[in-house]
Design a protein around this ligand. Structure first.
Ligand code: GTP
Length: 186
């Protein structure tokens, strides 16, 4: 696979997160429009042709599996990504804690503190709980300016999945650049 060129408009969406949060299931359900209990450890890299994306830009979706990939491969994928989805399982507090204790610091280590790769926090398995996790993860947005949006989905119910991949494309194509108001006085 060719590394994308600087002027290549391909959007590269990378899914990372703790084991078993449902990264592969999310991609599987998006692609096949049905949930399967038996998914491989890692989904092969897939390219969605421009014509079938709402933003008309070819989009590559990249799965990450700690089981099958080395840390070095993870670091390479972090550097190649146009947008990074940190996936957690809403019903598993440990996977939420790891967003701030492992994943966000790891992204800083690899891309620098002031990188401009947008990050999306994705809470999967919304079908298993009656509550929302958004209030729990939202404060991270104040600490990490690269977090563009926090969303929940269910790979099992196909709930909010296509929307999440659409948000991911949009954050790359239409970045929300911070507006600074310099404290100027006459
Ligand atoms: P690793 O390959 O270990 O990194 O895991 P992963 O993040 O790719 O998770 P995977 O897709 O293999 O899913 C882990 C388990 O959670 C499987 O048993 C899935 O069937 C289940 N699962 C995934 N998504 C959902 C969901 O939305 N709801 C429910 N109830 N279960 C889910």
């Amino acid at each position: 696979n060719e590394q994308s060129h600087a002027n290549d408009p391909t959007v590269r969406i990378l899914l990372v997160g703790e084991r078993e949060v449902g990264k592969t299931s999310m991609i599987y359900s998006l692609v096949f429009e049905e949930f399967d209990e038996e998914v491989p450890a890692k989904f092969e890299e897939i390219t969605i042709p421009a014509e079938v994306t709402p933003v008309n830009i070819p989009t590559v979706i990249v799965d990450y599996s700690a089981q099958e990939q080395s840390e070095k491969e993870l670091y390479e994928e972090l550097r190649r990504a146009s947008v990074i989805c940190i996936v957690y399982a809403i019903d598993n507090e440990m996977t939420i804690d790891k967003i701030s204790t492992y994943w966000l610091p790891l992204i800083h280590q690899n891309l620098g503190e002031n990188h401009n790769v947008p990050v999306i926090l994705v809470g999967n398995k919304s079908d298993l709980v009656e509550y929302s996790s958004i209030d729990t993860v939202l404060p991270l947005m104040n600490q990490y300016k690269e977090i563009e949006i926090c969303v929940e989905c269910s790979a099992k119910n196909l709930d909010n999945l296509s929307e999440i991949f659409y948000y991911a494309q949009k954050t790359v194509l239409y970045p929300v650049t911070p507006i600074y108001y310099p404290e100027e006085r006459d």
